[in-house]
Design a protein around this ligand. Structure first.
Ligand SMILES: [Zn+2]
Length: 275
């Protein structure tokens, strides 16, 4: 049994605002890194107790150098650093039996602790007409390799978003969202226990979770926050720019092309200034 963990930061236990996730923000960021490593270790420990033999962890936040490598459980291998073609799910392939998305958050435009989609330039992201956040986009990627995403951790609202896409997914809820930058957090010990319990439940129920099937070619549309970003993203050959909605769309042969093209467009769009 081989398990892939994509570990983001916004949905980690005890993290409520940007002071915990921004490398420039000082003491809380260093605490956030510890919380992130502790959440990952809770999942790894439970997975090993359950019988998982091999675990790969992809640090999936910002520069992707957040997890404290020296404190990560020695049974796990860590993918750290950037750039990576497929970003948060780099390294995931058909050799894995299951994936879990840890520390995830709701999509841009809806409530939830630190809700957003990929970066500040995306207003909405659609795949085959369905609006998705990071959870959905990455789960669609996992579907390419027939890997089921069997658990998500984060606040109570990402649990809802994930369950809508993957009914029956195990949800480790480590905090209740109070606002986009406030939450009622479980104590450390209870959060660890929740993560461990839901990890084991997810692995026990793995056969009931189907990999996410998505029709190909994939129709991907990115609605940008303003026209300047959309104009830059539309430089990508083969894209279609709908000026009325700041939306740039493209067709991808498979999920790898979907991910790489999205990243290329985001890199271009982030070069636009608001004024
Ligand atoms: Zn993040």
């Amino acid at each position: 049994m081989k398990l892939f963990l994509s570990v983001d930061m916004e949905g980690i236990s005890g993290i409520v605002d940007t002071s915990y996730i921004n490398p420039d923000s000082g003491v809380n960021y260093q605490r956030g890194r510890q919380f992130m490593t502790q959440d990952a270790n809770a999942v790894i420990e439970a997975a090993l107790e359950w019988g998982v033999k091999e675990i790969v962890v992809a640090d999936s936040h910002n520069t992707m150098n957040n997890i404290l490598w020296e404190s990560l459980h020695p049974a796990a291998r860590l993918i750290a650093g950037t750039p990576r073609d497929c970003s948060m799910v780099q390294g995931l392939d058909e050799s894995f039996d299951a994936a879990m998305f840890i520390g995830y958050h709701t999509r841009q435009g809806i409530p939830g602790v630190l809700s957003h989609t990929m970066s500040g330039v995306i207003h909405n992201l659609y795949v085959n007409g369905r609006v998705v956040g990071e959870f959905g986009f990455n789960a669609i990627y996992a579907g390419l390799y027939q890997v089921p995403v069997c658990m998500v951790s984060g606040d109570n609202l990402i649990a809802v978003e994930a369950s809508e896409l993957i009914p029956g997914i195990s949800t480790a809820i480590v905090k209740q969202a109070v606002s986009r930058t406030a939450a009622l957090c479980l104590p450390r010990e209870e959060a660890t226990a929740e993560l461990k319990q839901k990890t084991k439940a997810a692995l026990s129920q793995l056969k009931t979770i189907a990999p996410l099937q998505t029709a190909t070619p994939l129709e991907v549309a990115i609605e940008f926050s303003h026209a300047g970003q959309a104009e830059l993203a539309a430089i990508v050959p083969g894209s279609h720019y709908e000026t009325k909605s700041n939306t740039v769309s493209f067709r991808a042969a498979d999920q790898v092309e979907m991910y790489k093209t999205m990243r290329a467009m985001l890199n271009l769009a982030s070069g636009a200034e608001f004024f």
